[in-house]
Structure formats: structure tokens, C-alpha cells
Ligand binder design. Structure first.
Ligand code: GLU
Ligand code: MG
Length: 464
């Protein structure tokens, strides 16, 4: 809240905010969405009209505290301090301003939820990630990351039997098959251009294994920007599809009989002073440093609890099955695509720079700020306690005798039990965020348990 207004009502904006107002004026933007992700993982927000933009950049838009107690079915939960009384502000980060290529006349900014006096709010997810980044900086590191999301492209159609709407995939093309490239070409081109115009650089894309399933990866970025990118990505995948009269879903398992949609997190730690990748050590096993192994040790130690935040929905646990390359086992391995943590073989000319880990139990129903923040806290705990991740697994863990490699939680409730028992993550979340998150997620587990699979699939492909 660097920008203040004087008693005449004029607003003295900082340079970034000033540029946003100027761009909105010159580029014909009429509505500006202030966006955040809630505890249900849903992206929500409010929009301001251009004449009010300068003022709202400063003060934010008023919002009820209760929205952080809302679950993904719009069922409001009873959480202390998050009832009908109380107000926060949705305060946009002007450095995240993007015009929305799929919504002519509109733009958006990613936002923090702040107290009316401008101070941080204890239930703000973006603040949680900022704090995790600061804790990591205190240990001399910076995290660089990229979400690698998959999604299903299709149409939302009524169920002939009168049940919930269904997602019907656009094609039944084979994995990486060129027929799939051709069938979805127009959509993919629109998506690539839309992402590019918002500053997200496409790296690779291909038709994935499942019907209508696509994967499109984007360039990595510092942690906060990586989570912001995941927000913009989710918005764009769905916005472009809607504009083209289709329905895209990043839900973890929108079609029960098809492979799920992951959002694996690629990550590396950097030493900001040296500008060097702290995960790389050419003399280490698989080219990894002691710091990298400790980080893996931290991820594995907190894994059951972490999944409550990185796979934050009932539907997410339908995805985490063996032989789906989504990871179902708590282990790590070199290029092991069934392990929760994959050591990726280096790519490109600079092996040291491209050294990274792929965290697989992660999907796009998670709040990206909570998810990445939790990953940082887990890895940091591994570094601080010098945790040893043990031996890598170099086969499909499903082929090993039952019980030799621990399974990941089989349900959201199981993951939430692990989260409640995890002091490091519970302390990092803090009491308000933790109680709200647990209440919201427990309620989702209850609500979906009382319904059938079609209901679960519908509500997840609708929300994500
Ligand atoms: N669809 C898989 C998942 O649910 C990932 C497949 C892959 O890209 O390796 O995570
Ligand atoms: Mg994939």
C-alpha cells in the first residue's frame, strides 16, 4: 500500500499503479478484475470500472471476510472470525496487470486480501506465499518454479438421463498423435497467443493420453510470479474455450475412465548472490547437490500433509492412482515418472542451470499460493534439519512388494488428517488460515461423500 490519497480525494499512485491507469486509459479497458483464489481453490474476484480504477488501486475493493470460509460448492462454513461481520480489501498488485484476450474490454490483476488499514490479512493466500518466499530468502535461497498443467478440452452437455451436465471431450486422439494436434489446432493457437500476450511464454504442447486432454507448459519464474502465472493460465485456458463455445477443464479427474489432469510443479533453488542453481552439483549423485537431497527429504517427510494443499480437492485423490504417471507413492527417483518427486534429467546446453525437480502430486484444483508456499516450507524444513531422503526408487513402485514404498493419502480426508498432525505446515499456515482451510475442505469431503460420482465430476469440471 505504497500509494496514498490526499484530502482532496486525488490519488498519488506509485509508478507501477500509475502505468496501469495510463494503460487502461489508452488501451480502452473498461472493466478491471481484481482476482484471488479462495480456500476451495476457486478463482474469484470483483471488477472495477475504469473511472474508479485509480482510487481502487489504492484502497482495494471491499469484500466480506466470509468468502474465505466458502467451499467449492458455494456452501458457507462456520469459521470463527469469518462470519457475516467483517471486511477485507481485495488489493491488486499493479505489476500483474494483464489485458484479457478472451474478454474484450476487460483486464485483470492478481490481488492480496488486506485489512482495511492496508496491513496483511492472516487468511490471505498470496501473503502466505510471500511469507514462505521470505523465509526461504532468510536461508539464502530463492525458488524458481513452473506449474505444468494438463487440461481436458470438450463441451458441456446436458445428461440425457437428467443427471448433472457431462464434459464430452473434443477428440479421442492418441497420446502425442498428430491427429490430435490437427483437431485442436485452432484452440491451441488461440491459447498460445492469449498466454503470450499476457507475458506467459509457451515452452511445449502436445495432445496428452486422455480423450480431449492437452498439455501446454510455460516458462519458469520466481515463486510468486509462478503462482500468479498459474492463475493467469487457468483463467486463460477456460476463457479462450468459452469464447470458442467449448468447455475446458483443469479438474484433476473430470472423466472417471480417463487419465487425470496434473499440474506438476517443476522447481529449483537459486542462490541470489551467485546467480547459481543451488540444486546443481556435477559431482553429486545424478548431478544434485546436498541441498537438493535435503529439499527432497523435506518434501517426502511432509508429503502426506502436503497433498492436502497441493491436491486440494476430493476429485484430486481420484487422480493419484498407480500406473497413471500422476504418482501414488511417496518416493523419489531419477526420471521416475511414478515417483512423487522426479529428478529431471537436465535439458539444454547448460546442465547446471536446468537441474530441477518435478513434484507430481499437484493439480490445478489447488490454490497455487497455498500449494507453492507449502512446498517451500516442506523443502526448507528438509534443508534446516538436513533430512536424508533415503535411497531413490528406480523402478515403478507399483511393481515392488506391497508396503515397501508408502502410498500417498487415498482421500482428501486422509490428507487433511495428515495436515492437522503436521506442526511445520500448521504453524506456517497460522491459526486462522489453518482453521478455515480445514473447515472448507472437510465440508467438501462430506458433501461429495453424500453424492454419486457424476455429481463430483460435474462440480469439479465446472469449478476448475
Ligand atoms: N496425467 C498425468 C497426471 O495426472 C501426468 C502424465 C505426464 O505428463 O507424465 O499427473
Ligand atoms: Mg503430461
Amino acid at each position: 500500500m505504497g500509494d496514498r490519497h490526499d484530502l482532496t480525494g486525488a490519488h498519488t499512485l506509485g509508478p507501477a499503479a500509475g502505468r496501469v491507469v495510463e494503460r487502461a486509459d489508452t488501451e480502452g479497458v473498461e472493466l478491471i478484475r481484481f482476482l484471488y483464489a479462495d480456500h476451495g481453490g476457486v478463482i474469484r474476484g470483483k471488477a472495477v470500472s475504469r473511472p474508479l480504477l485509480a482510487e481502487r488501486l489504492d484502497t482495494g475493493i471491499g469484500h466480506t471476510v466470509a468468502m474465505m470460509a466458502m467451499n467449492m460448492l458455494d456452501e458457507l462454513q462456520d469459521v470463527e472470525h469469518l462470519g457475516p461481520v467483517g471486511e477485507v480489501r481485495i488489493v491488486p498488485d499493479p505489476t500483474t496487470f494483464v489485458r484479457l484476450p478472451y474478454a474484450p474490454g476487460a483486464a485483470a490483476m492478481l490481488s492480496d486480501l488486506r485489512m482495511p488499514d492496508g496491513s496483511p490479512w492472516a487468511a490471505c493466500p498470496r501473503t502466505f506465499l510471500r511469507e514462505a518466499v521470505a523465509a526461504l530468502a532468510g536461508a539464502g535461497h530463492a525458488l524458481v518454479a513452473a506449474y505444468e498443467p494438463e487440461f481436458t478440452l470438450g463441451h458441456r452437455v446436458p445428461d440425457p438421463a437428467g443427471g448433472p451436465d457431462r464434459l464430452v471431450p473434443v477428440d479421442d486422439s492418441l497420446c502425442y498423435a498428430t491427429t490430435g494436434f490437427n483437431q485442436t489446432h485452432d484452440y491451441t493457437m488461440s491459447l498460445v497467443r492469449a498466454l503470450e500476450s499476457q507475458g506467459l511464454r509457451t515452452e511445449h504442447c502436445h495432445p496428452e493420453l486422455g480423450h480431449g486432454q492437452q498439455e501446454l507448459s510455460i516458462h519458469h519464474a520466481p515463486a510468486l510470479r509462478a503462482a500468479d502465472n498459474q492463475m493467469i493460465y487457468r483463467e486463460t485456458v477456460r476463457g479462450v474455450a468459452t469464447r470458442m463455445s467449448m468447455w475446458a477443464s483443469l479438474a484433476p479427474k473430470p472423466l472417471a475412465d480417463q487419465p487425470g489432469n496434473g499440474a506438476h510443479i517443476h522447481l529449483s533453488l537459486w542462490d541470489p548472490e551467485l546467480g547459481a542453481n543451488a540444486f546443481s552439483d556435477p559431482s553429486g549423485r545424478y548431478g544434485l547437490s546436498a541441498t537438493a537431497y535435503r529439499f527432497i527429504g523435506g518434501l517426502l517427510a511432509h508429503l502426506p500433509a502436503l497433498t492436502a494443499l497441493t491436491c486440494g480437492s476430493v476429485n484430486g485423490f481420484r487422480r493419484l492412482a498407480p500406473r497413471m504417471w500422476s504418482s501414488a507413492h511417496a518416493c523419489y527417483g531419477m526420471d521416475n515418472r511414478e515417483a512423487a518427486v522426479r529428478i529431471c534429467s537436465p535439458t539444454g546446453k547448460d546442465a547446471a542451470a536446468s537441474t530441477n525437480l518435478e513434484f507430481k502430486p499437484s493439480d490445478s484444483s489447488a490454490n497455487p499460493y497455498l500449494s507453492l508456499g507449502a512446498v517451500i516450507h516442506a523443502g526448507l524444513d528438509g534443508i534446516r534439519r538436513e533430512l536424508d531422503p533415503g535411497e531413490p526408487v528406480d523402478v515403478d513402485p507399483a511393481t515392488l512388494p506391497e508396503g515397501s514404498v508408502p502410498r500417498l493419502p487415498g482421500s482428501l480426508d486422509e490428507a487433511l488428517d495428515a495436515l492437522e498432525a503436521d506442526d511445520v505446515l500448521m504453524n506456517a499456515l497460522g491459526p486462522l488460515r489453518a482453521s478455515a482451510y480445514l473447515a472448507v475442505k472437510r465440508s467438501e469431503a462430506r458433501s461429495f461423500a453424500a453424492q454419486d460420482v457424476a455429481y463430483e465430476l460435474f462440480h469439479h469440471f465446472k469449478a476448475f
